[in-house]
Ligand binder design. Structure first.
Ligand code: C2E
Ligand code: MG
Ligand code: MG
Length: 587
């Protein structure tokens, strides 16, 4: 039987020669040295490396002889240059070199050498050109590198506020958590101070966005300078900034420190040839046993800021015991609104409205809601409306009050008790509820007994179809409408044409001032003139003394309401009060 070059022998064992012929077909150089360092087998690719002396690469030739061939025949530049040292090094590598070696040759190709030492002393050598593999690897690494760079850039952008270069809210949140962790270890206290510019919106509106941007940038620079020793300064969004402080100082010291800083950072800035004058409000909260977590601490600082802003602005307010107590109360109220407990505990008070010409005559009364809370006692709307509004329960509250008023007036009618027209406050939320007409219609409300008070602000803030539709409904159903707290906002005059009321109630801030302030007197006088010109009459609110009552009457207010004539009181007391009055039923 004839054997071709690649057949396995009859004994089933592959001979070295068979293998070497097979390997001739491979492009990678392959060689086997015996334990005596002589060639046992080699393939053509290996021989070609000794070109044009391929024939000298044959069985029996020693490894050392081949190295000398490289030196003497000038086959390898390095071999020629180093001579015997080259031969010696190659011998050492052949005997003791690593099993895998990689290098780049003089043509820039990447080479990998495999040197497998068998237990019987044979050494198998194989060399591969791994340039393509390496290239792909390098490209991959480069791509990963640029991907990482892009990701780093993206992360930086996502963490930095572009306009001011300060940390943004996202960065601040993560830094705050780290600071809180650190404080837990060091025993320091973490204090957050939230800043807010007082006149930012006006500046933006009056001088344009470029002015607003300049203001924010300058303010950020001032913050960076003033609070350089604080571990975090961030822009939380809009005109709100945050500073975090760690240390052992108490609230009093911190309050003074930051109050002093307020003066510096709130100096007016110049923009072109205008001076931008602005105030800064701040709210401060220090971590204590109750403030678990940085988000709660932030909420506390926010609450303090809100209070600072509401009170007068341009001041720092710490989240102190008073605010803490208020927050705890609100948490309880929130729970009671959500559980429905509030609905069972609402009570009505009534306050008489008298005729200015004869204060014994009572043509109307206002229904005012109170919450008779089992823990906090009788709460005024000011105390619990914020929570009701936050929980979006204002419409529901208004409806409960209206139902209570209707039940009360029905009861009075059944008992033969005479009562004046009752005015019921309608919240902006309810006035914007599209279901208002159907809900009112379903209640069959006597328009001669009930009228509605609407805040003037609703018209400017929400000039939309639902509002118009609801107002039209109220008019067409014959209800008397009154504008409440007239003059308390910038929308007074426009509210006259939107709401088209029968009466306007001038805000008590003006009415209470008429004796002391000529300005207030003028405002009331002009308001009365304007109202009368439009066919409306005027009620003055908050009348507390006879002199004011007289003054308001002389200015043309035809009805008066205030503590002078009766504080808001429970239904029974109101009925008693009515016994000493003449209930008038003027249109
Ligand atoms: P308002 O409608 O302007 O009611 C007049 C407020 O002024 C009442 O406060 C009343 O107690 C108070 N007041 C009356 N006379 C005087 C006075 O001579 N001096 C002073 N300093 N205050 C006087 P109250 O009852 O705390 O109500 C506050 C506001 O809450 C009301 O202002 C009204 O806007 C709102 N409100 C009250 N009840 C309801 C309600 O059932 N529904 C809605 N939506 N709002 C209500
Ligand atoms: Mg009112
Ligand atoms: Mg009012």
């Amino acid at each position: 039987m004839t054997r071709n070059a690649y057949d396995i022998g009859d004994d089933g064992v592959v001979s070295i020669n068979d293998l070497s012929r097979f390997l001739d077909a491979l492009p990678a150089p392959f060689v086997v040295y015996g334990p005596d360092e002589r060639i046992v087998a080699s393939n053509n690719a290996y021989k070609r490396e000794y070109h044009p002396y391929e024939d000298q690469v044959k069985t029996g030739v020693t490894h050392t002889e081949l190295q000398w061939l490289k030196v003497n025949k000038g086959l390898v530049g390095e071999a020629v240059a180093r001579g015997a040292a080259f031969v010696q090094d190659e011998q050492q590598r052949h005997r003791y070199g690593p099993e895998v070696e990689e290098w780049q040759d003089e043509h820039g190709k990447f080479i990998r050498l495999l040197r497998v030492r068998l237990s019987d002393g044979h050494v198998i050598g194989m060399r591969f050109d791994i340039t393509d593999l390496r290239q792909a690897q390098i490209e991959l690494e480069e791509r990963n590198g640029s991907l990482k760079q892009a990701q780093r850039e993206l992360e930086t952008v996502a963490m930095i506020d572009e306009l001011t270069g300060l940390a943004n809210r996202r960065a601040a949140t993560s830094v705050l958590d780290q600071l809180a962790d650190r404080c837990r270890i060091t025993g320091e206290k973490l204090t957050l101070i939230l800043f807010d510019l007082d006149q930012f919106k006006q500046i933006n509106d009056s001088f344009g966005h470029a002015a607003g941007d300049t203001l924010l940038q300058t303010f950020a620079e001032r913050m960076t300078k003033a609070f350089h020793d604080c571990p975090l300064i961030a822009r939380m969004g809009g005109d709100e900034f945050l500073v975090a402080r760690t240390g052992h100082e108490g609230e009093a010291v911190l309050t003074v420190t930051f109050e002093n800083a307020l003066g510096d950072i709130a100096q007016p800035i110049t923009f072109g040839d205008v001076l931008l004058d602005f105030g800064v409000s701040a709210g401060m909260a220090t971590e204590d046993a109750e403030s678990k977590g940085t988000s709660l601490l932030l909420a506390m600082a926010d609450r303090a800021l809100y209070t600072a802003k509401r009170v007068r602005g341009n001041a720092l307010r710490p989240f102190d015991k008073v605010l803490k107590k208020k927050a705890r109360t609100e948490a309880q109220l929130r729970q009671d609104v959500l559980s429905g407990a509030m609905e069972q505990q609402l009570v009505l008070h009534f306050q008489p409205i008298v005729e200015a010409a004869d204060i014994k005559r009572v043509p109307a009364a206002e229904a005012l809601v109170r919450w008779n809370h089992p823990r906090f006692g009788l709460l005024s709307p000011l105390a619990f409306f914020p929570v009701v509004e936050e929980l979006k329960a204002m419409e529901r509250l208004d409806e409960l009050v209206l139902d209570a008023v209707l039940a009360q007036t029905r009861e009075w009618s059944e008992q033969g008790i005479q009562f004046p027209k009752i005015s019921v406050n309608v919240s902006p939320q309810r006035l914007l509820d599209a279901s208002l007409p159907s809900r009112l219609a379903a209640r069959d409300i006597p328009a001669d007994k009930i009228c509605f008070e609407i805040l003037e602000t609703v018209s400017a803030d929400n000039a939309n179809d639902v509002l118009q539709w609801n107002l039209d409904y109220l008019h067409s159903a014959g209800f008397e409408l009154q504008i409440d707290d007239y003059g308390s906002s910038h929308s007074s005059i426009s509210s006259l044409t939107t709401i088209r009321p029968k009466r306007i109630k001038i805000d008590r801030r003006f009415c209470g001032q008429v004796v002391a302030s000529e300005e207030a007197t003028e405002i009331v006088r002009l308001t009365v003139a304007l109202a009368n010109a439009l066919g409306m009459t005027v009620i003055a609110e908050g009348v507390e003394d006879p002199e004011t009552a007289e003054h308001l009457a002389s200015l043309g207010c035809d009805r008066l309401q205030g503590y002078l004539f009766g504080k808001p009181c429970a239904a029974d007391d109101f009925v008693t009060l009515l016994k000493h009055a003449t209930i008038t039923d003027v249109a």
